[in-house]
Design a protein around this ligand. Structure first.
Ligand code: NDP
Ligand code: 8X3
Length: 251
C-alpha cells in the first residue's frame, strides 16, 4: 500500500527534492506551490518516472481560504495522508531593522508563520480522524540564532521553532508526530528570492565553501519520516561542514 505525503513549496529547492526522494521510494505525492505550470511539470515527471500518483494544488499559502478550500476539496482517494511537510517559505531582503521593508515583513510572516499554521490546521482533522500523522516543519538556523539584518526572517523562523514545540505538546493525545528540521545555508532559489532576482548577490552567499544541497535536506526528511511508529525526531539542526551556526561560516 502506497503512503502519501503532502509537501508545500514543491516547485523548487527542498520541496522539489523532497518530492523526488519520496516518489522514488514509492510514495504518492500531493504537491503545492503558486507556480501552477512548474507544479504540473514536476507532478507529471514524478508519476512517469516512478509510477506513483501525484496531485498538484496551486495556491498561495498566505491566503487562508485558498488553503482551507484546497484541503476541503481533496478527492476522496487523497484524504489519507501520512506526512505533511510545511516547507513553503522565503526570506525577503537583508536590511537593518530601521530600513527593512514593511511589505517584506508582512510577506515573510504571512508565508512562513501564518501559512504554516493554516496548512497544519487544515490537515489536522484528517490526522486526528486517523489518530496518526506526521508534521515536519522546515525551520532554519535563523530560527535558532538571530543574525545581523535578519530581523523579519529570523523572527518568522523563531516562530516556526515555537509553533513546532507547541504542536508537539498539544497533539500528543492524537499520536501525531511533530518534527522541526532547521537547515543552515543551502543552495536553492532561496537567495535569488531573498535578493529579489539579483543572481550575482545570491551566488556570493554560496561562494568559497560547499553549501548544503536540496537533496541533503530531502534525505534527512525521508529518514525522519521513516522511523518506527514509536520514534519521533523532535528537533534537528543541520548545516554543511563549513558552517557551525548562524554566525560561523569557514570559507
Ligand atoms: P526555494 O525558493 O527554492 O523554494 C521555496 C518554495 O516555497 C517554492 O516552492 C515556492 O513556490 C514556495 N513558496 C514561497 N512562497 C509561497 C507562497 N506564498 N505560497 C505557496 N508557496 C510558496 O527555497 P528553499 O527550498 O531553500 O526554501 C524552502 C524552505 O526552507 C523555506 O521555508 C526556507 O525558509 C527554508 N530554509 C532554506 C534554507 C536555505 O538556505 N535555502 C535554509 C534553511 C531553511 P512558489 O514560488 O511556486 O509559490
Ligand atoms: C536560510 C539560512 O542563514 O540564510 O534559512 O538564514 S540563512
Amino acid at each position: 500500500m502506497h503512503k502519501t505525503i503532502l509537501i508545500t513549496g514543491a516547485t523548487s529547492g527542498f520541496g522539489k527534492a523532497i518530492a523526488e526522494t519520496f516518489a522514488a521510494a514509492g510514495w504518492n505525492c500531493i504537491l503545492t506551490g503558486r507556480r501552477a505550470e512548474r507544479l504540473k511539470e514536476i507532478s507529471e515527471n514524478l508519476s512517469s518516472r516512478f509510477g506513483v500518483k501525484t496531485l498538484s494544488l496551486a495556491f498561495d499559502i498566505q491566503n487562508k481560504s485558498a488553503v482551507f478550500n484546497a484541503v476541503a476539496e481533496l478527492p476522496a482517494d487523497w484524504q489519507s495522508i501520512d506526512v505533511l511537510v510545511n516547507n513553503a517559505g522565503l526570506a525577503l531582503g537583508r536590511d537593518s531593522f530601521e530600513n527593512a521593508s514593511l511589505d517584506d515583513w508582512d510577506t515573510m510572516i504571512n508565508t512562513n508563520v501564518k501559512g504554516l499554521m493554516y496548512m497544519s490546521k487544515a490537515i489536522l482533522p484528517l490526522f486526528i480522524k486517523q489518530q496518526k500523522g506526521h508534521i515536519i516543519n522546515i525551520g532554519s538556523t535563523a530560527g535558532k540564532e538571530v543574525y545581523k539584518d535578519g530581523n523579519g526572517y529570523c523572527a518568522s523562523k523563531h516562530a516556526v521553532d515555537a509553533i513546532s514545540k507547541a504542536m508537539r505538546i498539544d497533539l500528543l493525545p492524537h499520536h501525531i508526530k511533530v518534527t522541526a528540521i532547521h537547515p543552515g545555508a543551502a543552495e536553492t532559489e532561496f537567495s535569488v528570492v531573498r535578493f529579489k532576482g539579483d543572481e550575482n548577490k545570491a551566488a556570493q552567499v554560496y561562494d568559497g565553501y560547499q553549501a548544503l544541497q536540496a537533496t541533503d535536506v530531502a534525505n534527512i526528511v525521508y529518514y525522519t519520516a521513516n522511523l518506527p511508529e514509536h520514534v519521533c525526531i523532535n528537533d534537528l539542526t543541520v548545516t554543511c561542514l563549513a558552517q557551525a551556526n548562524s554566525f560561523y561560516l569557514h570559507k
